[in-house]
Design a protein around this ligand. Structure first.
Ligand code: DAH
Length: 353
């Protein structure tokens, strides 16, 4: 074999290696030179047909070529992989100063939950005790104990859902139609003097834009020796100031009728409306927001409280209406439809607690 042939072998191998621009190409060059059918390998295989002397001399030379090719391969590999690492590092760079992804998919607090918590806080600061009652109550607590006797027209006015459970000496089971149903139990439990409130669901068979079969009420009661209208008026005004975060709360008090209070009142709040936006506090319009009055002596007596010695005042609000006024929620039905899009608009982030 001519020396020029050996030179050609070396230079062609080096050429194959040097022109590689990626480690993937270099892998192919390695196969083409030192692989099973690579140029150098084939040359070595060819030795077996030669004379022993020639084989020895040529073998040494080809092995030296093999050694040089291998060295060049290793060197080129290091060079290429360093360069590739560099481009990867600069292209796969993570910008940790980028703003985090929006937390849109987080759940929202229902506005009723939010307002529920706001009201808890206000009444807790007045020193009112939170009391609770069952959604499924009975005729005694919902009606009889709060001075709505059997055959009283108020019973039919309430469009009650009766529950198909066995009636007992407390009457038929029903879904409570108002939170006034907690009064008798709470009065028995805490006696006099006491002040308590509740927030809870109530149910009536009614459904249109301003009525839903389920809604939420707040009920408050104060029993003491000398409570009366002046306290009630102060409390309602102060509560509304705190709740709506404003000093200008203009209230109008009208005489009304509730069986459990005598005398009874209804309270309207002044508001103005400009381009559909309601502003509370002052204005020509009035919106009814709560009922209340001085507890009827019968209500105290049915909880074994001496109605000669003690008097009580009570009030009740609809929570959805308060919420709509404060946060501008339009249709009452939205509160109960569990529509994600509605919650996105009217719900609150947990952090706003
Ligand atoms: N229970 C009444 C209703 O459902 C609201 C109410 C009015 C509650 C006067 C009271 C009250 O405690 O004194 O419409």
């Amino acid at each position: 074999m001519l020396k020029s042939e050996l030179d050609k072998l070396l230079s062609s191998c080096m050429f194959l290696i040097d022109r590689c621009v990626s480690s993937q190409e270099l892998e192919q060059a390695k196969v083409a030179t030192l692989g099973k059918n690579g140029r150098v390998t084939l040359m070595l295989k060819g030795l077996k047909d030669m004379e022993i002397d020639q084989r020895r001399e040529l073998g040494a030379q080809i092995n030296s070529i093999k050694e040089q090719v291998l060295q060049r391969l290793v060197q080129k590999f290091e060079e290429l992989s360093a360069r590739e690492m560099e481009t990867r590092l600069s292209s796969e760079f993570v910008d940790i100063s980028m703003p985090a992804r929006d937390t849109y998919r987080d759940g929202r607090l229902h506005p009723i939950t939010k307002v529920h918590e706001e009201i808890l806080e206000i009444f807790a600061n007045y020193g009112f005790r939170f009391v609770d009652g069952p959604d499924i109550d009975d005729e005694y607590n919902n009606f009889t104990a709060v001075n709505i006797p059997e055959h009283h027209p108020a019973r039919t006015m309430h469009d009650t859902f009766y529950v198909n459970l066995l009636a007992d000496d407390q009457g038929r089971k029903l879904l409570r139609t108002h939170t006034t149903a907690v009064e008798n139990r709470a009065l028995r439990l805490h006696g006099a003097p006491s002040r308590f409130f509740t927030i809870g669901r109530v149910f009536r068979s009614d459904y249109d834009a301003t009525h839903t079969p389920m809604f939420t009420q707040i009920e408050g009661v104060v029993v003491d020796k000398d409570v009366g209208f002046a306290h009630l008026k102060w409390l309602l005004t102060d509560f509304l100031r705190k709740f709506f975060n404003t000093d200008t709360v203009n209230l109008r008090i009208r005489p009304s009728f509730f069986p459990f209070t005598e005398p009874s009142i209804e309270v309207d709040i002044a508001y103005s409306q400009h381009k559909g936006k309601i502003t509370l506090g002052s204005g020509e319009n009035w919106m009814e927001i709560c009922g209340g009055g001085v507890l009827h002596p019968t209500v105290l007596q049915s909880a074994d409280i001496d109605s000669q010695l003690y008097r009580g005042m009570a009030f009740g609000f609809g929570l959805e209406r308060l919420t709509s006024l404060k946060y501008g929620v339009p249709d009452l039905r939205g509160y109960f439809e569990s529509d994600e899009r509605w919650r996105k608009v009217f719900g609150f982030h947990g952090f706003t607690r």
